[in-house]
Design a protein around this ligand. Structure first.
Ligand code: FAD
Ligand code: NAG
Ligand code: NAG
Ligand code: NAG
Ligand code: NAG
Ligand code: NAG
Ligand code: NAG
Length: 491
């Protein structure tokens, strides 16, 4: 069918037009349109604009795909990839998106090419033994997954803020509220149903396509389009979640430096106690928040005692609640979309309090120089690296409880400020990396889901050669390297 409709175009149109159609994207859109009637939408339609508006950042929203393809089954995804792989369309370009929460332009959207909006692939099934939740590759964590599982006193490790997609989040790793207990979200994937570059649909698990299974645990969109994730469920009742917020003074920073250094010390490790410390500069004023998440319904767990004891608190939103409510409440702390955004991240091994004090004060001094940037929110977010079991492609040492992940993030109003903000974020990043390097604590590893487009997270995993090998094996012509130009590539 693909071939015959191409022949029709080839025969009926003058050569010049035919080659223009086949060499650029209207060709691919038209082909897809005839193959999937009603599932391809164009600028001006509701389907197109509702996909475009559902990206987190302006950088992604500002791209103009030639059309948006909305598959409703794995077979649709497979047939689309077969169309692209047929070779009938020269230099096809496409992108695919789930929750649209990656930051930078082109990660999950594309100019002129085809954007596949996977969000209709949102099936959900709990296995009879309740050990596995199977979720469609286009699902959004907060839509119904948590709520459905709550009725069984179960959960899965997913996004912590409403709106994040299962697809990008899980293939990139996945920092979650259970990370001290069960690692990255990707550590909890039993199997992936995935459409390969040939269009073939395979099931990758510990026992079939194992190399692909491992590669998808960190390798994002480089190996195929995941149409279903089979996730380990975990028993979870009510938990404690919320934040303590402080006015920022030198004492507050120093006391946090001590408290966080102690929290990260393996001697004090409590696998129930997750947390993030976030120093934020917003509209010219400073706050420091401790987002605390304890997996048992205890309002004042001893794991956070030092944080409770710090004075200068201006807010305390800690409550006992279910996962749905905790995620919803976390969303209140974060804007639902942003105009411009950028971020960079690095990791280091926990150190003494003075290291954290230096990181705080360096950040503060650098941020204050940016007071002229309109709408600027600049944040320095620290959290433990999930305690991974190491069965993934992230290249981390398993079972480490004292590794810290930092995200330097910026959101602001105007594109005109891109260069100044990017330079400032890079400057802070470099100063910070120097501090942890000088203390002998730097870890050469970058978290993909927090990486900047100028960073090389996959290179930092340490086993790029193996990932390239897996890519060559399942995608010998490099379709996901060249036809899908966005995001972090292997070659
Ligand atoms: C408000 C907010 C909160 C966040 N919270 C967290 C958090 O708690 N923990 C955390 O770890 N990260 C978090 N992130 C970062 C987030 O994990 C990444 O942005 C992630 O890529 C989002 O996944 P998505 O499906 O929404 O992204 P998309 O932008 O849709 O996709 C991201 C990448 O994944 C690829 N992809 C999407 N679906 C699939 C699929 N089915 N198969 C293969 N590849 C696919 C896309 O091609 C794209 O390159 C957050 C981001 C934001 C903006
Ligand atoms: C989760 O908590 C909210 C708020 O209390 C409640 O409305 C909802 O029913 C709870 N969900 C389940 C499955 O119990
Ligand atoms: C879930 O846990 C609560 C509290 O322990 C209990 O009352 C309820 O019966 C449990 N529900 C299921 C389906 O096991
Ligand atoms: C890590 O977890 C995955 C998923 O549960 C499992 O398949 C794998 O064997 C585990 N690895 C180790 C080293 O325990
Ligand atoms: C926190 O700062 C605000 C604004 O500067 C101030 O009004 C408030 O009194 C401060 N609160 C505490 C507890 O220091
Ligand atoms: C990690 O910890 C688990 C559970 O304590 C243990 O079974 C496993 O052998 C450890 N793995 C490594 C590599 O230390
Ligand atoms: C973290 O940094 C790495 C490499 O520098 C980058 O690739 C990755 O995207 C970053 N992750 C996030 C979530 O910013």
């Amino acid at each position: 069918m693909v071939r015959s409709s191409l022949q029709v175009i080839g025969c009926l149109l003058p050569l010049a037009i035919a080659s223009r159609l086949s060499s650029n994207q209207p060709g691919l859109c038209q082909q897809a349109d005839s193959l999937f009637p009603g599932k391809v939408s164009y600028e001006g339609s509701l389907a197109y604009s509702s996909s475009q508006s559902a990206y987190y950042t302006g950088e992604e929203r500002n791209l103009d795909p030639g059309c948006v393809f909305t598959p409703t089954s794995t077979a649709d995804v497979s047939d689309f990839v077969k169309l692209v792989a047929s070779g009938d369309i020269s230099t096809p370009k496409f992108a695919f998106r789930c929750g649209g929460h990656s930051f930078f332009a082109g990660a999950a959207n594309i100019d002129q090419g085809v954007t596949i909006d996977l969000r209709s692939l949102d099936s959900f099934e709990l296995s009879e033994d309740q050990k596995t939740a199977s979720v469609g590759g286009g699902s959004i964590w907060s839509d119904t997954i948590y709520t459905t599982l709550e009725a069984y006193n179960l959960t899965v490790p997913g996004g912590r803020i409403p709106g994040v997609g299962v697809g990008g989040f899980t293939t990139g790793g996945g920092l979650n509220y259970l990370g001290r207990k069960i690692g990255f979200s990707c550590d909890n994937v039993y199997g992936y149903e995935v459409v390969l570059a040939s269009g073939e649909v395979v099931y990758a698990s510990a026992t079939s396509y194992r190399d692909l299974w491992l590669a998808l645990k960190g390798g994002t969109n480089n190996f195929g389009i995941v149409t279903r994730f089979d996730l380990a469920t975990h028993s979870q009742g009510l938990l404690m979640g919320g934040a303590l917020v402080f006015n920022v003074t030198q004492e507050v920073l120093e006391e946090h430096a001590t408290a966080f250094s102690n929290y990260m010390n393996p001697r004090n490790f409590d696998w129930l106690a997750e947390m993030e410390v976030d120093l934020v500069y917003d509209a010219g004023s400073w706050t420091l928040s401790d987002a605390l998440y304890y997996l048992e319904p205890e309002l004042r767990p001893a794991a956070y005692k030092e944080f409770f004891d710090i004075s200068g608190q201006i807010e305390d939103t800690l409550i006992i609640a279910n996962m749905t409510t905790v995620v919803t409440n976390s969303g209140v702390l974060v804007p639902t979309t942003v105009s411009r955004a950028t971020q960079m991240n690095y990791s280091f091994k926990n150190g003494k309090a003075d290291v954290y004090t230096k990181l705080f004060t360096t950040f503060k001094a650098a941020a204050e120089k940016l007071s002229s940037v309109e709408g600027l929110v600049l944040d320095f977010l620290m959290q433990p690296v999930p305690v991974t079991n190491g069965t993934n492609s992230l290249g981390l040492v398993p079972n480490m409880t004292d590794h810290v992940l930092v995200d330097i993030g910026a959101a602001y109003d105007n594109e005109a400020d891109d260069d100044i903000v990017q330079a400032a974020v890079e400057n802070i990043f470099n100063l910070h990396v120097d501090i942890v390097k000088n203390a002998g604590l730097y870890i050469d590893w970058t978290y993909l889901n927090y990486a900047g487009s100028n960073q090389d997270p996959i290179g930092s995993y340490g086993d790029l050669a193996n990932l390239r090998k897996v890519s060559k094996k399942y995608d010998p012509h490099g379709l996901f390297q060249t036809a899908v130009p966005g995001a972090f590539k292997l070659f």
